[in-house]
Design a protein around this ligand. Structure first.
Ligand code: COA
Length: 260
């Protein structure tokens, strides 16, 4: 598949996916969501790729939201379908990937843009980034999981205030409330993310995939996360990575994980 709205590069088992609609501040239209679904699925199936970094093109925006022009005249049914299909194809899909996905938030992350960053496994922001869920200023609410993931990350009260005021917060404030893990100068953002990715690469990909599943279980209604953890823990014992990791420790050498 050739992509019109995203760019991909990879080096040293790290793939960088860049949303590339600069004239629309990388706003997420349906075509971009479909392309992102395809690229994430392809990267997940590629054993050579062990970490994915997601960012936006240019210095101004990660993603300035869902594409307002595309949904402005939607009906009730079309609106509900937009949210449901987007959540399934992209937001829930990214969250459940076994391959770690780091959001490199390089500027505005608004509405669907912040929702996408929140669906990633964690976030690093550049110092000029601004984040918010401005949907109520348009007469709608966050529909790509924002009402669920923002309270998970920053607590109910802060999420309520951000959603009700439709305001933006700075990268520093996002760091203070736990929405992003680090804030770095914009010019250093990708290098910093690659540095974290390099630390992840040293560890077992199978164990990381099981850890993502177990952590996600904490936030799923009707799922006992402790049970999920027990099963995932047990599964690790049947992997070559576990044999390699424990043997390497006992033999005082570096582990060479194959990801199986
Ligand atoms: N959907 C569609 N187009 C968008 C967009 C979005 N979410 N965000 C920005 N764009 C487009 C603008 O319409 C403009 O296109 P044009 O040049 O064809 O008119 C272009 O991107 C540049 O944006 P502009 O508003 O001129 O930049 P700015 O620097 O003045 O303002 C923002 C930047 C991010 C503050 C402003 O673009 C904005 O408020 N965007 C919408 C944010 C939002 O409400 N997102 C949630 C959607 S649910």
């Amino acid at each position: 598949m050739t992509y019109e709205n995203i760019l991909i590069s990879s080096e040293n088992q790290i793939a960088t996916v860049t949303i590339n609609r600069p004239t629309k501040l990388n706003a997420l239209n349906v075509a971009t969501i479909q392309e992102l679904h395809h690229v994430f699925n392809t990267l997940e199936l590629n054993p050579e790729i062990r970490v994915i970094i997601l960012t936006g093109t240019g210095e101004k925006a990660f993603v300035a939201g869902a594409d307002i022009a595309e949904f402005a005249h939607f009906s009730v049914e079309e609106g509900a379908h937009l949210a449901a299909s987007g959540q399934e194809l992209l937001f829930d899909f990214v969250e459940k990937l076994k391959t770690p996905v780091i959001a490199a938030v390089n500027g505005f992350a608004l509405g669907g843009g912040l929702e996408l960053a929140m669906a990633c496994h964690f976030r690093i922001a550049s110092d000029n980034a601004k984040m918010g869920l401005p949907e109520v200023s348009l007469g709608v609410i966050p529909g790509y999981g924002g009402t669920q993931r923002l309270p998970q990350l920053v607590g109910k009260g802060r999420a309520m205030e951000m959603i009700m005021t439709a305001g933006m917060i700075s990268a520093e404030d996002a760091y203070r409330v736990g929405l992003v893990n680090h804030v770095v100068p914009q010019a250093e953002l990708l290098e910093f993310c690659n540095g974290i990715a390099a630390k992840i690469l040293k560890n077992s990909p199978v164990a990381i995939g099981q850890a993502i599943k177990a952590v996600n279980a904490n936030f799923k209604e009707g799922v006992n996360g402790f049970e999920t953890e027990i099963k995932a823990f047990g599964k690790c014992f049947g992997t070559a990575d576990f044999k390699e990791g424990t043997s390497a420790f006992l033999e005082k050498r570096k582990a060479d994980f194959k990801g199986n």
